[in-house]
Design a protein around this ligand. Structure first.
Ligand code: ATP
Ligand code: MG
Length: 138
């Protein structure tokens, strides 16, 4: 069993996609092991995306991520890091495979509906960033 961090970003929440996104995970046998809704402060968004701080889109990305509520989840399942990335599709929705969340719902390379950890080390950091062990079931 593996765990990953998933975020429904502010655009996804605004488009009322919370149920749709969770349904796609659960239809694939992926389990929600923790979940909460929150609005990030600028500092919290900058800390989460610290690996991207030299990127030209960093300020825009943290502004976007603080622009409204998000839903943060721990997902659990076999090979869930890769399987979640597959369900999400490519960062740029124009390059995302048909039937992926980003292909179906994203409108912008930045406003791309969901986040998912990309490796076991980042998943561990990102889960710990948002949840303590008592908040995760199972
Ligand atoms: P995420 O980390 O959100 O799951 P990702 O791993 O597919 O997505 P990263 O390269 O880690 O993509 O970029 C993090 C986020 O930064 C992207 O999801 C997107 O919101 C934003 N982003 C990435 N590249 C660009 C870009 N060229 N212009 C604007 N925003 C971007
Ligand atoms: Mg990433």
């Amino acid at each position: 069993m593996e765990r990953t961090l998933s975020i429904i970003k502010p655009d996804g929440v605004k488009k009322n996609l919370i149920g749709e996104v969770i349904k796609r995970f659960q239809d694939q046998g992926i389990t929600v092991a923790a979940i909460k809704m929150m609005q990030l402060t600028q500092k919290q968004a900058e800390g989460f995306y610290a690996v991207h701080k030299e990127r030209p889109f960093f300020n825009s990305l943290t502004d976007f991520m603080t622009s409204g509520p998000i839903v943060v989840m721990v997902l659990e399942g076999e090979d869930v890091i890769a399987r979640n990335r597959k369900l999400m599709g490519a960062t740029n929705f124009k390059e995302a495979d048909e039937g992926t969340i980003r292909r179906d719902f994203a409108t912008d390379i930045e406003q791309n509906v969901v986040h998912g950890s990309d490796a076991p080390e980042t998943a561990a950091f990102e889960i710990g960033y948002f949840f303590n062990s008592m908040e995760i079931v199972g």
